[in-house]
Design a protein around this ligand. Structure first.
Ligand code: ZN
Length: 135
């Protein structure tokens, strides 16, 4: 039985980060579905879950390594930019306690100034425009 499986998997792509994500996504959708009482919406989610799982299996058993590898690369790129976005947001939130962030009216550059200094003149480091703001 194990031998049969090994022979079956020979030359096939197998599991990667993207297929892990697809399985988690499918389970998440199934979980969300438990709280939905709208019939059509439930049906749409069921179909979606089925497509996601079939696609995930298809990738695992695929022999086109190059294409699967590219899909995984694409997924990792998205994953990293989402992660980056949230870590930047969290960083901004923490800084908001001690700093105030202004946007330069001329070039749009964000400028961080310490909070609670009253009215101050801010000089943009990018374009040297000066503007007055309350910190
Ligand atoms: Zn500027």
């Amino acid at each position: 039985m194990r031998d049969w499986f090994r022979r079956f998997m020979q030359g096939r792509y197998g599991v990667d980060h993207f297929s892990h994500f697809l399985v988690i996504l499918a389970f998440l959708l199934m979980f969300i579905q438990l709280f939905i009482h709208h019939d059509v919406l439930r049906l749409i989610i069921s179909v979606l879950v089925m497509i996601i799982l079939i696609f995930s299996y298809y990738r695992t058993f695929s022999r086109n390594h190059y294409q699967r590898y590219r899909e995984n690369e694409w997924y990792l790129k998205c994953h990293n930019s989402v992660k980056y976005f949230f870590s930047r947001e969290r960083n901004n939130m923490q800084q908001r306690k001690t700093y105030k962030i202004f946007r330069c009216p001329n070039c749009g550059q964000s400028i961080r100034v310490p909070k609670g200094k009253g009215k101050i003149a801010i000089t943009c480091p990018m374009c040297k425009t000066e503007f007055i703001k309350k910190s």
